[in-house]
Design a protein around this ligand. Structure first.
Ligand SMILES: Cc1cc2nc3c(=O)[nH]c(=O)nc-3n(C[C@H](O)[C@H](O)[C@H](O)COP(=O)(O)O)c2cc1C
Length: 213
């Protein structure tokens, strides 16, 4: 379509979630049990990750108190399990604002979502065994959003300490993720979507190029 024919308009969306991965953040509660907090406000560059985490959630308190988490990336088959824990918070009592949104206190989200714990190597919180990509993270810094108004969330910077990948999504004998087989679960304007086969390759992609047909 010629650019002059493209129609556009100004909108005010209630959220701006254009499509980011569903991350299940595991942290340790005060009593040493493990919690799972679904997140989608995530990006990574180099050995750093940045998260946006609501201060009323238990995961935020746990991360700030103990300085460690594991970011477990759900795959496209796990949407039902993620949604099963979506209304649950490990915080008790449940803050009024969360209760009004329908949240309830659940102590064991592993049981609720049908997930299993697997030990981490460099951090205390366990990873989620069923998530194909698990990233151990150490907290480096956190601050409230800049500006005047308290928006109720923290911007958190962490250092990637260790990455675990299921063999099934790696290219054997290399450090690469097989993008033909890794299908992350994407959070898209509060809907869950999977991804299809890759449509193109960036000029800096360094995994082995598929053989020409
Ligand atoms: C798919 C999905 C994505 C979410 N993304 C975020 C997010 O990026 N940041 C956030 O603070 N909460 C996010 N939430 C809401 C938290 O999961 C929710 O606050 C929950 O209470 C956290 O659990 P906790 O209180 O036990 O830590 C998301 C929820 C779902 C289901």
């Amino acid at each position: 379509m010629p650019p002059e024919d493209i129609q556009r308009r100004c909108i005010t969306p209630s959220v701006l979630y254009p499509g980011t991965p569903v991350v299940l953040m595991t942290t340790l509660n005060d009593d040493g049990s493990a919690n799972i907090s679904p997140l989608s406000s995530f990006w990574a560059l180099g050995d750093r990750v940045v998260l946006g985490i609501g201060e009323q959630g238990q995961g935020c308190s746990n991360l700030l108190a103990r300085g460690e988490c594991v970011l477990n990336f759900a795959d496209a088959t796990q949407a039902t399990q993620v949604e099963a824990i979506a209304r649950a918070t490990a915080r008790t009592p449940v803050p009024d604002s969360k209760r009004d949104m329908g949240y309830v206190h659940v102590r064991d989200k592993f049981a609720l979502g049908g997930f299993s714990r697997v030990e981490s190597v460099l951090v205390a919180p366990p990873a989620i065994a069923e998530c194909p990509l698990q990233v151990e993270v150490a907290l480096l810094a956190s601050h409230r959003p800049s500006g005047t108004e308290d928006q109720g969330f923290m911007i958190v910077e962490g250092r990637i300490c260790r990455v675990h990948a299921h063999e099934a999504i790696t290219i054997a004998g290399t450090q690469h993720i097989d993008v033909q087989r890794w299908a992350p679960l994407i959070y898209l304007f509060r809907h869950y979507v999977g991804t299809t086969t890759p449509v193109a390759r960036n000029f800096r992609a360094d995994d082995p190029a598929p053989a020409a047909a």
